[in-house]
Design a protein. Structure first.
Length: 256
């Protein structure tokens, strides 16, 4: 029988004098929140290990709140590490970088204008409107701009306390210690991915032999190259020294 690994965490919803303080929550809201946790956890797990976690739920009564306790069960520690990458546990052995939830919070719910993936450095750089670029791991970057993941996170972070000024959502670890806590106003960062966002633009660094099939002596744009494999691509010429040399020698620069 395969060895099983497990981790427990909780999502808590609270307010001052509303339903949550009386241990009540709308069934549809709770259902979407639980589904949101399951979908976001397993999206990250498949990115890390291609394994789907088994997620079990129990809902004990806690004074002054509604708390949903989850137990994730998997056959590999890599799958359990998905919980840490997402940002809902402090599981040992997980990647030491900002979590998906932390990066999404930094994005402030704004439209993504560009994201570059550098495979060699295993990094992603996310650009959002009006903010400084955010650099994180490639895996976290992919999840932070994934429409389905963002919609799932919205369902369990923002939606349950939307329109509830005193609402608070907490992510608790297995020892009931808060890992993350957001007041209602702060959850605006966890909107679904805004329309018009650029979801991904991957940057790969490699050396190859190519020849130009289209040139533009007046600009760095408008160039095309054919690779040794036969593939043809539009390119932007960012080597300013080479571009200046081409401009100076353009009378003798010919296209095959």
């Amino acid at each position: 029988m395969a060895q099983l690994f497990s981790e427990t965490f909780s999502i808590s919803y609270d307010d001052e004098n509303g339903d949550y303080s009386r241990h009540e929550i709308d069934a549809a809201v709770l259902g979407k929140a639980i589904t949101g946790v399951s979908e976001s956890v397993n999206a990250v797990s498949k990115e890390l290990s291609d394994e789907v976690l088994e997620l079990k739920v129990t809902t004990p009564v806690r004074e002054g709140s509604v708390e949903v306790v989850f137990m994730a069960i998997a056959t590999s520690p890599a799958a359990i590490a998905a919980l840490k990458v997402l940002g809902i546990t402090s599981a040992v052995g997980a990647v030491g970088t900002a979590s998906v939830l932390e990066i999404v919070k930094q994005m402030k719910g704004k439209r993504v204008t560009r994201i570059d993936f550098d495979e060699d450095a295993d990094e992603a750089t996310i650009e959002v409107e009006g903010e400084q670029p955010i650099t994180t791991s490639a895996k976290v970057g992919r999840m932070a701009v994934d429409k389905k993941v963002r919609a799932s996170i919205h369902d369990f972070i923002q939606a349950p306390i939307a329109n509830n000024p005193s609402g608070v959502v907490k992510v608790l670890d297995s020892a009931e210690l808060p890992m993350l806590q957001f007041k209602s106003e702060e959850t605006k960062s966890f909107n679904p991915l805004p329309e018009g966002s650029l979801e991904s633009e991957e940057t790969k660094q490699f050396k190859t032999t190519c020849h130009f099939t289209q040139v533009n002596f007046e600009s760095s744009k408008g160039w095309r190259v054919k690779l040794g494999s036969g593939e043809e691509h539009p390119v932007e010429l960012i080597d300013e020294v080479f571009l200046e040399q081409v401009k100076q020698s353009k009378k003798s620069f010919t296209k095959d």
